[in-house]
Design a binder for this molecule. Structure first.
Ligand SMILES: NCCCC(=O)N[C@@H](Cc1c[nH]cn1)C(=O)O
Ligand SMILES: [Zn+2]
Ligand SMILES: [Zn+2]
Length: 464
């Protein structure tokens, strides 16, 4: 660690096991350590840092665990300069070498210019790239071209617990002087071509419980005379989507934004090598054959995914029970202009219809457990122009203007609550494997990304 600037290396950050998904005291301690280390790094850079106490999290089993603090940091307070606020997170997805990692996930390991380790791309690497860009100005003893604020959390992978309340609370304080918000928590669509992201899908997550009784049955003793909960559930889940990926819930496509010629042209302009994409995804065949169809079905059409069944037998072996109650889990990625509560009603009505036709004596309960809105930005906002210019300077190319099929709830929260322009500037390559085994960031992406952020500050100063 550089004692003067307090600059931490990615290796030191990756070594902290800041897993927010597994609710156990050891990982919570690691999360607190992670946030303390980051706060210290920012303080040493000269930032005014507040670590906001976020209270505790109630778990379904009655346990409660402390939530790691959110860092609010400020560098510079010059009213003649624009203020850019960067959001990032320092918690990570679970990682266990036994799950198929080729190296220890918490030991940063370089192989062929690739830096492997949990959190390298999601999201410790990009957060450090921002901090390093700021420290480059410090090292050169140059004034920062813009005022910079950081909001860094430690519970993103667990659903950004309590963050919305904090954003509401800080709306007229921490966020009052902010002009632009930048997030670097997604990936390019290519291995080498940088991108700017201007939209994400939302997500509505459902559970459907089918219950006969609260105990399992012997299938020799009861098989043949029961309405089996699993049979009901499989029929319900099977009624949701057809083999071409078309969602079968009546009305679900009604509010999807109409497709224009201009929009189709934006997909045509994107460089995507479908073969490379398919091979790096290790998929034999996608549902669609053209680049435009693939992009549209990832970004501008809803999709329905079935995730799992709680209560079902899922171990090796030939257990012969009939589960007494099962819970199916599925989600629908939402796109402009779909509405979360309308989708909730449509899905509930559809499942009730299908269930009633089965004349089952079981009880069915449908719940929407998560309702996250889609987000789309105006790509003519100043910071989109600044990001494009910075990409030209550092990479010598035009960026891909992309959307993201997944959900970054904070983007919509910032847009709705803080009413400021939000841009996503990803650093990582398409094959970084966020959330997966062998997550990595390329050394090249990490270093050029740091330069990109420094160039972005300079462009923002010119354009503001
Ligand atoms: N490339 C960005 C990834 C961010 C991410 O994985 N977000 C989650 C958020 C979410 C949605 N529903 C529940 N959590 C995602 O699955 O999209
Ligand atoms: Zn992330
Ligand atoms: Zn993540």
């Amino acid at each position: 660690m550089d004692p003067k600037l307090g600059r931490m290396t990615l290796k030191e950050w990756v070594a902290i096991e800041s897993d927010s998904v597994q609710p156990v005291p050891r990982f919570r301690q690691e999360l607190f350590r992670m946030m303390a280390v980051a706060a210290d790094t920012l303080q040493r850079l000269g930032a005014r840092v507040t670590s906001v106490d976020m209270g505790s999290q109630q778990l379904p089993d009655g346990q409660s665990l402390p939530i790691p603090p959110v860092i609010l940091a400020e560098l510079g307070n010059d009213p003649t300069k624009g203020t850019v606020c960067f959001y990032g997170h320092l918690d990570v997805q679970p990682a266990d070498q036994g799950d198929g990692w080729l190296t220890d996930p918490y030991v940063l390991t370089e192989v062929d210019g690739k830096l492997y380790g949990r959190g390298t791309t999601d999201n410790k690497g990009p957060v450090l790239a921002w901090i390093n860009a700021v420290s480059a100005f410090r090292a050169l003893e140059q004034d920062l071209p813009v005022n910079i604020k950081f909001i860094i959390e430690g519970m993103e992978e667990a659903g950004s617990v309590a963050l919305e309340e904090l954003v509401e609370k800080e709306k007229n304080r921490f966020f009052s002087g902010v002009d632009y918000i930048v997030i670097s928590d997604n990936l390019w669509i290519s291995q080498r071509k940088p991108a700017i992201t201007y939209g994400t899908r939302g997500n509505s997550y459902f559970t459907v419980e089918v219950k006969c009784r609260d105990q399992d049955f012997h299938s020799g003793t009861f098989g043949g005379i029961l309405h089996e909960p699993m049979a009901d559930l499989v029929a319900l889940l099977g009624s949701l989507v057809d083999s071409s990926g078309h969602i079968l819930v009546p009305g679900i496509y009604d509010e999807v934004a109409p497709l224009t010629e201009e929009e189709i042209n934006t997909y045509k302009a994107i460089h995507l090598d479908l073969e490379e994409y398919r091979n790096s995804s290790r998929v034999e065949k996608f549902l669609f054959d053209t680049k435009e169809e693939i992009l549209m079905h990832l970004w501008r059409y809803p999709s329905l995914s079935i995730h799992g069944i709680e209560g079902a037998f899922d171990e090796p072996g030939a257990k012969t029970v009939i589960p007494g109650q099962v819970i199916g889990k599925f989600s629908i990625r939402l796109v402009p202009h779909m509405n979360v509560s309308v989708v909730e009603k449509q899905v509930t009505r559809h499942l009730e219809d299908v269930f009633s036709k089965r004349n089952s004596s079981n009880k069915m309960v449908v719940s929407m457990t998560l309702g996250l809105h889609p987000w789309i930005a105006n790509i003519n906002d100043t910071q989109y122009l600044a990001a494009k210019r910075a990409i030209r300077t550092v990479f010598g190319t035009e960026p891909d203007m992309i959307r993201d099929g997944s959900t970054i709830p904070i983007a919509k929260m910032f847009q709705e609550i803080v009413h400021k322009s939000v841009v996503l500037i990803p650093l990582g390559a398409v094959d970084d494997g966020e959330h997966s085994q062998n997550e990595k960031i390329n050394r090249w992406n990490y270093i050029e990304g740091t330069k990109l952020f420094a160039a972005f500050f300079l462009e923002m100063a010119q354009l503001h």
